[in-house]
Design a binder for this molecule. Sequence first.
Ligand code: CIR
Length: 264
Amino acid sequence: MRNHLKALVRAIPDSFAMATTGQPKTEPIDVEKARRQHRSYIAALRSLGVDVTELPHDNRYPDCCFVEDQAIVCDELALITRSGLASRRGEANAVAEALETHHTTIRMQSPACLDGGDVLHIDDCLIVGLSGRTNDVGVAVLREVFEPHGLHVRAVRPDVDQLHLKCVCSAVTSNLVVAAEHLAQPSWFEPFDVLWIPREEAYASNLVGIDETVLIPAGFPKTKERLEAFGFRTVVLENSEIRKADGALTCCSILYEWGIVSHR
Ligand code: CIR
């Protein structure tokens, strides 16, 4: 049985329509709709027994709701990252303050860069993507902080078109990854099992698994079907406005186990 699950989330700022995006801004972000979608996400986490702490938004940082990028938390240790996007670095202070209450926090320093969206934590492995947001020095810091605590760090190189590693894969249980065909490489995930989903549904490879339930974004029927065939219950969440800001489900929380310190 796993430990108690906690999540740190951060409210959507009034400035969310100005969030960073690499996509053409064809349709503007509807901030109120984004807030409704975000509230449903939080409600879904709570309904699954996750203890959620919500930080207030900060309008100076349009991307501040994407807390995942700001810290890597494993057991009692929290590495506060230094985002690969300079305009997002100020977001880390509030996240660090919140984590300091219960964790030993370490702050990543220049020239290291790493976004949490590049770190897939599965069992005792941290698979880290060298994307445009994460550099070799960031990976070295990740190793330095977590390897002495029994975690293994493996660096992989996602396609240049991907914002983060977890745009094409995420962990659904402590032994199973969901990954997009042709965009993720099987060797990245060895020895774990992989449930492959079609490339055209790659956005849905970013999902949140909690026990036998998986939160998935709306609009990806093949992924839903494959997960259900695998025995999971799916909870479908509308995510259109978060997606316009290049966000997905994992990036809206820092989800970590808490309680008994693991056997590692
Ligand atoms: C950014 O470009 O940094 C934000 N607009 C999106 C961050 C999404 N984060 C994530 O997937 N971990």
